[in-house]
Design a protein around this ligand. Structure first.
Ligand code: GRF
Length: 219
């Protein structure tokens, strides 16, 4: 089995990055983490990656001012240098140029802390609470120029509790993120995800039949 070479792009703590690194330790995992790339030198996830023996690099966006194309170009140089085949955005807080996104179309995925297409953008947990949603969750999707859009690869859901705060809800969603991101990367790396008319069809897996109902049926 040839493992796909993956770069993970981060801006912060990197807990999803850590979940991907952990999954890729398995001998039969179809991807290896070739590089962790941050746009901030103080991204906490960099230390986690280094401790795991993963190559790291920083392209500090502040050095590029408003020139997004030059920033993306500098990342592109590194991705080429490390012979990267797939890119995972994991809490990467920069808007990418259309050129960069197009260059990685079908080979770049992102995790978003909501059940897309609901709650695109920031503060998803507070907004889900505000909206009174009973089910919330996370989505892994292919990246397209429009933000938080793109074919959906995997989703995971949690029940919203009456006494949830944005923080408690975020914590439960994060656990789901750490499960669906390694799963989605595995499926993509195995070449089992086919995009057809904007929808992902996934070969060789069957979704569970059971429904997830909130509130649960009273006893
Ligand atoms: C996650 O909630 C992810 O869904 C969002 O940003 C957060 C990053 O967290 N895109 P971490 O850096 O992976 O811990």
């Amino acid at each position: 089995m040839t493992r796909k070479r993956v770069a993970i792009l981060i801006s912060g703590r990197g807990s999803n990055m850590a979940a991907l690194i952990e999954a890729a330790k398995a001998k039969d995992y179809p991807a290896e983490i070739a590089l962790v790339l941050a746009n901030r030198p103080d991204a906490a996830g960099l230390d986690v990656a280094r401790a795991a023996g993963i190559a790291t690099a920083v392209v500090d966006h502040t050095a590029f001012g408003k020139d997004r194309a030059a920033f993306d170009g500098a990342m592109q140089v590194l991705l080429k240098q490390y012979r990267v085949e797939l890119v995972c955005l994991a809490g990467f807080m920069r808007i990418l140029t259309d050129g960069f996104v197009e260059a990685w179309r079908g080979r770049m995925i992102n995790i978003h802390p909501a059940l897309l297409p609901a709650f695109k953008g920031l503060d998803t947990h507070a907004r889900a609470l505000q909206a009174g949603a009973k089910i919330h969750g996370a989505t892994v999707h292919f990246v397209v120029p429009e933000m938080d859009s793109g074919p959906i690869i995997a989703q995971g859901a949690v029940a919203v509790h009456d006494d949830d705060s944005a923080e408690t809800l975020a914590a439960r969603v994060l656990e789901v993120e750490h499960r669906i991101y390694p799963l989605a990367l595995k499926l993509v790396a195995e070449g089992r995800v086919h995009v057809d008319n904007g929808r992902c069809r996934i070969m060789g897996v069957r979704p569970p039949e059971r429904a997830f109902i909130v509130p649960d049926t009273p006893d």
